[in-house]
Ligand binder design. Structure first.
Ligand code: KG4
Ligand code: ZN
Length: 340
């Protein structure tokens, strides 16, 4: 039976809409604002919100057109409610509420992190629990035990910076424009990952599932200062490779350790940093060594998108028309977890 969901995501700097029917993606449109923010070296919340406002309707129209559907064919509407930039979130939430209200449809308000984890539910990956999920993005770095897509259980998270945040800040130090991930990865491919011994966060802390990236960021800053401008330019690729390694290796190692601890048959990676080729290589090796199934969604489903929001919506309570009228966007994540 056809049950298409229209999902909208505007929590940060991508304006995204998608149509998903069950586990099947019918369309997935992402209008990135990255270029707009790169002149500032990072996302400017007010600029993001204003741009979402001018783009969101066109992105929704495109998602419907790509799916070959009209709003009348849609069963219900899903939207990212939290966490994120409040002005940016509000644009998506107001758009989704208006569309749902005007068309008499129910609304599902989704947690963005739940979306990153639920991306693996979609075809062609279509992973079924139990598994351990690594989510590493610009705002979050965490491990969850997923025995049921409706309620991932937090195993560990970053105690300071997110992995993507550390990547973007490090890239900036090396003169790579925002967002630094793809540029850092390209530069790292030409360098030696063993050239600099950057510290791995929480290394001496035994089997903790938590992460820390403040130390490695500072270590890169000191290395760049010590090398000076000329020295840094000469060693840029080695710096990038060593820095990338210090960030992605603990992600892979702790994912594998959590899989061992919880005895699951599968692991997954998601979030923008999961687009990283070196991380993909390390988790592929780790999973093969242990005979684990590895689920890696397509890059377009790792970075922010609305298809993943539709996926999480399948495991989030539906708010019946018109009870959602008083519902709001929320900037923060709930303590320790993911909001249902
Ligand atoms: O999930 P995402 O698109 O947005 C957030 O929810 O934050 O993640 C964005 C992060 C940025 O820090 C970006 O630099 C990083 O993902 N990223 C990468 C790569 N592509 C994106 N990091 C490393 N290597 C990449 N290829
Ligand atoms: Zn994200």
């Amino acid at each position: 039976m056809s049950d298409p969901v229209l999902a909208i995501e505007t929590s940060c700097d991508e304006t995204a809409a998608a149509v998903v029917d069950g586990r099947r993606i019918l369309s997935n449109v992402v209008a990135s604002q990255a270029e707009l923010h790169s002149v500032y070296g990072g996302v400017v919340p007010e600029v993001a919100a204003r741009h979402h406002l001018t783009t969101v309707n066109a992105v929704v129209d495109q998602a419907l057109a790509d799916a070959g559907l009209t709003l009348a064919d849609i069963s219900r509407i899903a939207v990212t409610r939290r966490p994120g930039l409040i002005g940016a979130l509000l644009v998506g939430v107001a758009t989704a509420k208006s569309l749902a209200y005007a068309t008499g449809k129910d609304l599902v308000m989704v947690d963005h992190l739940h979306g990153h984890i639920a991306a693996t539910w979609l075809e062609p990956v279509a992973l079924d629990p139990p598994f351990v999920a690594l989510t590493a993005s610009g705002g979050h770095t965490r491990l969850d035990l997923v025995e049921n897509y409706a309620a991932p259980v937090l195993l560990g998270q970053t105690l300071d910076d997110a992995a993507g945040e550390a990547i973007d800040k490090g890239a900036r130090l090396l003169g790579i424009p925002y967002p630094g991930g793809p540029g850092l990865e390209a530069l790292a491919r030409e360098g030696d990952a063993g050239a600099f011994d950057f510290p791995v966060g929480l290394k001496g802390r035994g089997p903790s599932a938590d992460f820390s990236y403040a130390g490695v960021k500072t270590a890169l800053l000191y290395a760049v200062r010590e090398l000076g401008e000329e020295g840094t330019t000469a060693r840029r690729a080695d710096l990038a490779a060593s820095y990338q390694e210090a960030i992605v290796r603990p992600l892979a190692d702790k994912l594998m350790r959590a899989a061992d601890t919880h005895g699951v048959p599968a692991v997954s990676i998601g979030g923008g940093v999961a687009a990283n080729g070196r991380l993909r290589e390390l988790v592929t090796e780790g999973a093969a060594d242990r005979g684990l199934q590895l689920a890696i969604p397509d890059r377009a489903l790792c970075t922010d998108n609305a298809a993943m929001i539709a996926a999480a919506a399948a495991f989030t309570p539906i708010i019946a028309w018109p009870d959602f009228v008083g519902e709001d966007a929320i900037a923060t994540a709930p303590p320790g977890g993911i909001a249902a």
